[in-house]
Design a binder for this molecule. Structure first.
Ligand code: ADP
Ligand code: MG
Length: 253
């Protein structure tokens, strides 16, 4: 079931092109994200996924095109859309509760209020036992959960996640997928997710945009009634996988 199908478009990338010096990296990119939807950008390394994120987050300005957020042109404006990087980037000298509260500190909320909010979130995700610990005392999977909660607190509206699970081993990754799908069921998050992992893209996404040769090669809608790890064992999943792989192989990179 996809609740987002008829919902409002909240973010649009319109006709975006960008190059470094003389070299085109991405050209003519168009995509849209609807409320409560998770879309993936899937493509091989170097296909321009992170570049596109930097443009959406306003950290890079496109040569051509616009980024529209809730009807407003935000091209080149940073600070409106949150961005979580490949690495979890928890600050080693801060406790977990302080790390989670960090975006609220940055937004100049009172420290005591920010910590109360952070602790509520930790409790909700049954991670409150770690509140006073430091990142190095936690496993990679736990640190990643903390980082995702923090991204959520920073912007409840749109999250950009750049390969958040790519450094995890296969078993931890499965657990994280379960955990993350639960989190999405509970909270309305609209997310753009970067990955080069085909299974992960099919499992998590409502729609997948396949990037290659500097552009969007295809858009694949994933429709399933099972949004958990058992989806991976179905015939439908394998069919999706075949069409995604065919499309990736047809890109010339
Ligand atoms: P992806 O995230 O899909 O792996 P990137 O967006 O990071 O790809 O990079 C796309 C291309 O842009 C790569 O060929 C990369 O070498 C190039 N690139 C990235 N950053 C810079 C930069 N600061 N200067 C020049 N080229 C860059
Ligand atoms: Mg990248």
């Amino acid at each position: 079931m996809n609740l987002s199908q008829n919902s409002e478009v909240i973010l649009e990338v319109r006709n975006v092109s960008f190059g470094y010096d003389e070299r085109d990296i991405i050209s003519n990119i168009n995509l849209e994200l609807r409320d409560n939807e998770l879309i993936s950008l899937l493509g091989v390394s170097g296909s321009g996924k992170s570049t596109l994120f930097n443009i959406i987050a306003g950290l890079l300005k496109p040569d051509v095109g616009n980024v529209i957020y809730r009807g407003e042109d935000i091209t080149g404006k940073s600070g409106l859309i949150s961005y979580s990087f490949q690495k979890d980037l928890l600050l080693p000298y801060m406790t977990i509760e302080e790390n989670v509260a960090l975006p609220l500190f940055i937004k100049k909320q009172k420290k005591s209020n920010a910590l109360v909010k952070a602790n509520e979130m930790l409790k909700e995700f049954k991670l409150d036992a770690y509140a006073k610990k430091y990142p190095k005392e936690l496993s990679g999977g736990m640190r990643q959960r903390i980082a995702l909660i923090r991204t959520y607190l920073f912007s409840k509206d749109v999250s950009l996640l750049d390969e958040p699970f790519s450094a995890l081993d296969a078993i931890t990754k499965d657990e994280m997928h379960d955990w993350y799908m639960n989190m999405r069921r509970k909270y309305n998050t609209s997310t753009i997710f970067i990955t080069h992992d085909v299974d992960e893209a099919i499992l998590l996404s409502d729609r997948i945009y396949i990037l290659g040769d500097g552009g969007i090669k295809a858009e694949i809608k994933i429709e399933t009634s099972v949004r958990d790890n058992s989806f991976k064992l179905t015939k439908e999943f394998l069919e999706y996988k075949k069409s995604v792989i065919d499309c990736l192989e047809s890109t010339g990179i």
